[in-house]
Design a protein around this ligand. Structure first.
Ligand code: AGP
Length: 607
């Protein structure tokens, strides 16, 4: 939530920051802003409500030589969306950008206001600016001024501070994402919320620990240096070569990243199986299986939580190990029963979701082993867990998660095979590989028939509301289908267990309501009866189910045929692709901003 970036050095700091912000815009797009120091040590700043493009048009006539620059893209937490509340916040020669929440901002604000600081915004972030400037006014040097200010803040935050007096940038974080990047020549250095923002500008990426000050300065031999809060040098950081390529950040011929990411799914399914069966992944799966968990506590948010439900079914059915799936935001405060010997399993695309991280921390406190199924290598979750199963989805840019869901579920399925000992036998490995390749083929088949789904989307997108229904293994994908539609098409949609509608929601059914009914081979007749109940109340039925079943075909207003033969347990993932495309085309007919839907941010780093 919120993207922050900073760059010092001769290689176009402003352009680098704007490029970084454009890559971080998925983290929030309520407003954008930059501040920079020129070669005369003057500070300049610009900020604008709305998307980054609004800010860029303000900067067209900028002619100064930029020495260092910081920038921000906002997802509002404190204070409405307007120019004043946009970052950076600036006072004298200091400018700051912030991602997170300063929990004790109200009391600090009162204190600083009574000392005479004139606040210009309603944000919590400006409190940090006030603390830093007050420390500088009291004679502190830049580093202790930031360090002491940081110590006074409660809550999870990352800050980047530009000092135009010294032409230096300092960054620090607690429980929020922050990385630093170094240009090979040691001439330029950057900080940002995410390594993705630094693709093309940094060859080495550093991952500082919490409460480590990252200083970008030309006054030292190394343009990046790390310090503890007491000002001593810090070794609390990791580094690795930047592995992401610019190509991955391109939409190619697709109109939206979301569509590109949907189409990547068959290829990613094939790569995943290759890695975990033939590559390095098998050892990792076997290592985790050797933990012999008594129970899994699966915790995640949003789409990742629905993937968790799919994984629960894989593990409980194949391994008969109990699995509890809980939303991380509930799990962390519910005082759940946790025991040593049980395993915390955390699912996340970003690896930075605040609630999921807190849930992981709770399991660690309870002496449990923790495992992630995660996309971003090096993310906080990745670093905090005992072991990590990477889902190998590549960068996911569309705010609505698609390929990550599929890869998370498929990775969880491989874990269940490993626990069952199936990776010990070449014959069983071949059977698994065949299943994954059949799934990839079937997804390819859905993608080839996209026009059918587009046609259905065109027919239904203007209805009042949507119920996605499914039983058993299809219930999680009913929930996920509804979430996808809500977030990108801005229509009311709910995911429901097919048998549950009659316990209340059926009161909503009339001829303006659509039921997207997932009908698998299991419990076929019962599911048909549930659809009949909707049909009898004039609901519009879109059936996603097997071909040639007249009982189903006869009650559907619209039908999309699915071939479940030989796919059994992986079929929810296949059905889900049809839901993804339905949501995508309904949003397209509605004319919404598909890759950056309103009010959302891809990485939810506040609780
Ligand atoms: C999915 O489309 C969402 N945008 C959202 O629900 C997301 O899955 C959730 O915020 C969890 O994110 P994570 O996977 O990065 O932890």
């Amino acid at each position: 939530m919120c993207g922050i970036v900073g760059h010092l050095g001769p290689n176009n700091p402003m352009d680098t920051v704007l490029e970084g912000l454009s890559r971080l815009e998925y983290r929030g797009y309520d407003s954008a802003g930059i501040a920079y120091v020129d070669d005369k040590s003057e500070l300049h700043f610009y900020k604008k409500k709305g998307k980054l493009a609004n800010l860029v048009s303000l900067l067209e006539k900028e002619k100064h030589t930029v020495v260092g620059c910081i920038g921000h893209t906002r997802w509002a937490t404190h204070g409405e969306v307007n120019d004043a509340n946009s970052h950076p916040h600036t006072h004298g020669k200091i400018s700051i950008v912030h991602n997170g929440i300063i929990e004790n901002a109200p009391s600090l604000k009162n204190e600083l206001a009574s000392e005479g600081f004139e606040f210009q915004s309603d944000t919590d972030s400006e409190v940090f600016l006030a603390l830093v400037t007050s420390n500088l006014k009291n004679g502190m040097d830049f580093l202790p001024a930031v360090s002491e200010a940081f110590k006074r803040t409660d809550g999870n935050s990352a800050f980047v501070v530009l000092n135009a007096e010294t032409s230096e940038i300092l960054a620090i974080k607690r429980g929020a994402p922050l990385v630093a990047g170094l240009h090979e020549a040691n001439s330029d250095a950057s900080v940002s919320s995410d390594p993705y923002a630094l693709v093309g500008s940094s060859e080495t990426i550093y991952f500082p620990g919490d409460e480590v000050l990252v200083l970008l300065s030309k006054r030292h031999n190394d343009i990046i240096s790390f310090y503890e809060l007491d000002g001593t040098e810090s070794k609390n950081y990791k580094s690795k070569k930047q592995e992401m390529s610019l190509e991955a950040t391109d939409k190619g011929d697709f109109e939206h990243f979301m569509l590109k990411e949907i189409y990547e799914q068959p290829g990613l399914t094939r790569d995943l199986i290759q890695f975990y069966l033939a590559g390095d992944g098998a050892d990792l799966l076997n290592k985790v299986s050797a933990w012999k968990p008594e129970k899994f506590h699966i915790s995640a948010c949003g789409t990742a939580a629905y993937a968790g439900m799919v994984i629960r079914d894989f593990i409980e059915q194949r391994n008969r190990i109990p699995c509890a799936v809980e939303l991380a935001s509930e799990f962390r405060y519910r005082n759940p029963l946790l025991r040593e010997g049980e395993v915390g399993l955390f699912i996340s695309q970003s690896g930075e979701t605040a609630d999921t991280l807190a849930a992981q921390g709770l399991c660690v406190e309870n002496k449990m082993k923790t495992l992630s199924i995660v996309n971003v290598e090096g993310s906080t979750l990745y670093r905090d867990c005992d072991e990590n199963l990477l889902i190998r989805a590549g960068i996911e840019i569309g705010v609505a998660s698609t390929k990550a869901f599929t890869q998370q579920a498929l990775t969880g399925c491989l874990l269940s095979y490993a626990i069952a000992g199936d990776l010990e036998s070449e014959e069983k490995k071949k059977t698994i590989a065949d299943k994954y390749s059949l799934l990839a083929e079937r997804i390819d088949d859905i993608l080839a028939r996209v026009d059918e789904l587009k046609k259905i989307a065109e027919e239904i997108y203007n209805y009042n509301g949507f119920f996605f229904t499914g039983r058993g293994q299809y219930f999680p994908v009913a929930l996920e289908g509804a979430l996808k539609l809500k977030e990108i098409a801005y229509v009311h949609a709910e995911g429901y267990a097919s048998g549950e509608l009659k316990h209340g929601p059926i009161a909503l059914i009339d001829d303006q309501m659509v039921n997207i009914a997932i009908v698998g081979p299991a419990l076929f007749d019962k599911t048909i009866s549930n659809i009949q109940e909707i049909k009898a109340r004039r609901g519009v039925i879109v059936g996603l189910g097997p071909k040639g079943e007249s009982d189903l075909d006869d009650i559907c207003d619209f039908k999309f045929d699915l071939n479940f033969d030989g796919l059994e347990e992986l079929s929810p993932l296949y059905v889900n692709v049809a839901n993804q495309l339905l949501a995508y085309y309904m949003a397209k007919f509605k004319g919404t901003d598909i890759d950056k839907p309103r009010n959302l941010a891809k990485s939810v780093t506040v609780e």
